[in-house]
Design a protein. Sequence first.
Length: 224
Amino acid sequence: MLYGIGVFTQAYLSTGGWQSGDSTHDLAYRWWYLSGAILTSAWLGQGTVYLLVRRRVIANTLAAILIIASIAAVYFMLSAPFSEFMPAPTVIKMPNAYDNMIASVNNGGLLTGKGIVPQFVALAFALPFNLYGTITLVGGALYSAFLFWRKRILLNRLTGNILIAAGALFPVLGGTLNDLHLTGFLYLGILFGVIVMFIGFLQASKPQPVPAAEPLKVKPQGVS
């Protein structure tokens, strides 16, 4: 759901153009940053925690902390003021959508968290939420893959978890390259990440082939 909110608000703001001071656009921008840059990664990771942690009290405690932190993030992101400079996304026109998106990156028109001030408020939530999500999601997937490899069972889940871990790293790589001014890789990283994680989910969900049981050999009566 959070990922869907991020995609919807991104599409709404990018295709319609930015109107500074418009309450609908302001709210969409805030929820775009909340869902895409803060909440989604952490809650994906929390799902992994519930799958792997046997002691339910630990998983519930982490979930309670995450709920409180999420409420705080929503409050601060919805109440924080905007900076005087608000990036105005270029209107995307097909069939040159990607070219226009790259142009908007180069001229500073891509949506970023720099519209929220003070900037440290946005980063204070984005960094720990994404760190928690990356560690739990990627770490949990790799740990599950290791268990399946060690026991030599459910090899489909082994490869599926490896793909999920790899897919989760694509957005991180794209964001890092974007921060290094290698523009255009952020959304490619997100796209490839979603595709690879979905393939991993399908692979892990495939039923494991069950070897056919050998027929019982019944001795004829009277034969010792």
